[in-house]
Design a protein around this ligand. Structure first.
Ligand code: ZN
Length: 119
């Protein structure tokens, strides 16, 4: 790891710039910023693609459907309780998983395939 890099784990978990570790990676919840506000690293050349969607769907489906089945067999709640619980849980988990997986892929690209970013 070069001196001008932050570790993959640190940059991923903090959603910060992989070069300086100070600038934020996202402008909103899941939208990458065009560049690092601290060091100027061009994030627009990071191409995370949409490969992260499939693992998110699989894990999220397993967790939510499994959780709903377990909850139903354990507590036998009325259907409106399921309708109240699972949509927000799904949305929150989807945003969190998308954010951290997208952050991981962007940081990985900087560390492993930075030539694709013109560096
Ligand atoms: Zn930076």
């Amino acid at each position: 790891m070069a001196a001008d890099q932050v570790s993959v784990v640190t940059a991923t978990l903090t959603c910060r710039c992989p070069r300086c570790g100070r600038g934020k990676l996202f402008s909103g919840l899941i939208q990458l910023r065009p560049a690092c506000a601290a060091c100027g690293l061009d994030f627009s050349k990071m191409d995370v693609g949409d490969g992260f969607v499939v693992p998110i769907l699989m894990v999220l489906g397993f967790v939510v459907v499994g959780g709903a089945i377990w909850f139903d067999f354990t507590f036998t709640p009325p259907l409106w309780v399921h309708a109240l619980i699972w949509p927000p849980v799904t949305l929150i988990l989807a945003v969190l998983m998308t954010r951290y997986l997208k952050s991981f892929l962007a940081v990985q690209q900087y560390h492993v395939r930075r030539a694709e970013m013109g560096l």
